[in-house]
Write a protein that binds this ligand. Structure first.
Ligand SMILES: Cc1cc2nc3c(=O)[nH]c(=O)nc-3n(C[C@H](O)[C@H](O)[C@H](O)COP(=O)(O)OP(=O)(O)OC[C@H]3O[C@@H](n4cnc5c(N)ncnc54)[C@H](O)[C@@H]3O)c2cc1C
Length: 432
């Protein structure tokens, strides 16, 4: 089993800051990410409250820079899903869907995921008109009528961003005023493409192939309305990603991990940082502070508890490079017929976009599968930012989406970031 000084779970801002500090202290560092780099921060187009960027910076750009900086100091990356943490004496074992690893310390930076609204139609129409990521999917709603649900910073900021694409954006909020920061509210209220429906809850999402309308209720009058709509973006809060630690770490009733000021959890050698931690302010700036603090303390912990064994005695295997991967064929309208329509092999076509971090996170997994199934299936990718009409032709409303073709026809579809096993199952079912 490979061994590390520090294993970090999650490559959002907290995890990447921890990776930077840990690797720069010459601790043998692995960070594990199941989706794309940047976590939630990568799903927003503009971050204007992170110090050092006078004119703001996009979430994907900030995420890329954070990752490059950590890798510059030899932090290793693994694309995998952490399933559990176990204790092995003074060591900790991190179990993933790919390998298990022994480590002296673990930093949990698994952040949070968008909360579901929990109304009929939400799951049915996910990626077919229901989205939780504006930077990923906004471009599919050019000239459309969109509804945003929520009243906090994320909902209001993303609603403003969506007005750059949509004909009209309606923000529905169950209260009579917004919770977002004053400056965000002022900007939203001045935006002529944005209208507000106060005291209104979304009760149901309806449609055929894609979303067509919503059922709304005014909570003051009880009046029910039906409204035609092309897409719905939901920002009603977040839920901590702590399922995989529930057997080992104390968590609060809401699912967050309590820590002390050094980011220590109740288990020695295990830290929690960023949005997954029980704390007041969940932002990029606090996430990176947590990450730095935990990595700094982890170094002291290792010095105290493993005095003989510090850091660089291990060979740096660089897992990212070790796994063989095959580049995907780039599809445009010019080679679509030759590469896909007329292909004697079944084809996997990965619809991606350069601003979509989950897409960039999924790509190495698809490239690894392309290596494994070379000769049995053809693996291609299509940049939706450059080939929008083709994405529309295949009814792509959310990325990443994988389409599977046989004899030139679409026979299966996987939407959203998926684990390697799930994609592999689909491939096996198609080639068998
Ligand atoms: C739409 C939106 C807009 C925002 N705008 C701003 C803003 O303008 N300014 C600001 O400061 N903050 C903003 N935020 C908040 C900010 O993005 C978060 O506070 C920050 O991303 C938290 O960082 P984190 O690293 O703790 O967690 P996350 O960003 O949630 O990252 C956690 C990572 O861990 C991974 N992970 C989870 N479980 C596992 C597992 N089992 N195995 C492997 N990997 C796992 C996830 O895939 C994810 O990539 C915004 C958030 C949203 C949703």
């Amino acid at each position: 089993m490979q061994q590390y000084d520090v294993i970090i779970i999650g490559a959002g801002p907290a995890g990447l800051a921890a990776a930077l500090y840990s690797a720069r202290s010459k601790l043998k560092t692995l960070y594990i990410e199941k989706l794309g780099t940047g976590g939630q921060a990568a799903t927003t187009d503009e971050i204007e409250n992170y110090p050092g960027f006078t004119h703001g910076i996009t979430g994907p750009d900030l995420s890329k820079q954070m990752e490059q900086q950590a890798q510059q100091f030899d932090a290793e990356r693994l694309a995998a899903n952490v399933q559990s943490i176990e204790l092995d004496g003074i060591y900790r074992i991190v179990k993933t869907n790919k390998d298990d690893f022994r480590t002296k310390t673990v930093i949990i930076a698994s952040g949070a995921a968008p909360k579901l609204l929990g109304v009929p139609g939400e799951l049915e129409f996910r990626a077919r008109g229901v989205s939780y990521c504006a930077t990923c999917d906004a471009a599919f709603y050019e000239g459309a009528n969109i509804m945003v649900v929520g009243g906090g910073d994320s909902a209001v900021e993303e609603a403003c961003y969506l007005t750059k694409f949509a004909k009209k954006v309606i923000l529905t909020h169950r209260r009579g005023s917004l919770r977002a920061a004053k400056i965000v509210q002022e900007r939203a209220l001045a935006n002529t493409k944005l209208t507000f429906m106060w005291n209104t809850v979304l009760q149901e999402i309806k449609g055929g192939d894609v979303v067509e309308k919503v059922i709304l209720k005014n909570v003051l009058t009880g009046q029910i309305n039906e409204m035609p709509i092309d897409g719905i973006f939901i920002y009603v809060g977040i839920e901590p990603n702590t399922d995989f630690v529930q057997n080992i770490i104390d968590i609060t009733e809401q699912g967050y991990i309590p820590t002390d000021d050094y980011m220590r959890t109740n288990v020695a050698g295990i830290y929690a940082v960023g949005d997954v931690r029980d704390k007041l302010l969940r932002q990029v700036v606090t996430a990176v502070g947590d990450g730095a603090t935990a990595a700094y303390h982890a170094e002291k912990y290792i010095e105290d508890n493993f005095p003989e064994e510090r850091g660089n005695q291990y060979v740096n295997l660089n897992l990212g490079d070790k796994r063989m991967s095959k580049k995907l064929i780039e599809i445009t309208k010019d080679n679509f017929a030759e590469e896909i329509k007329e292909s004697p092999l079944p084809v996997l076509l990965d619809f991606w976009g350069p601003k979509c971090m989950p897409c960039l996170g999924l790509m190495p997994t698809v490239e690894e599968l392309a290596e494994t199934y070379d000769g049995k299936m053809k693996f291609c990718k299509l940049n939706t930012a450059e080939n929008r009409p083709m994405a529309i032709q295949f009814k792509i409303m959310s990325i990443p989406t994988l389409l599977f073709f046989k004899n030139g026809e679409v026979i299966a579809r996987l939407q959203g970031a998926r684990e390697s096993e799930e994609i592999e199952e689909k491939i096996k079912a198609i080639i068998d």
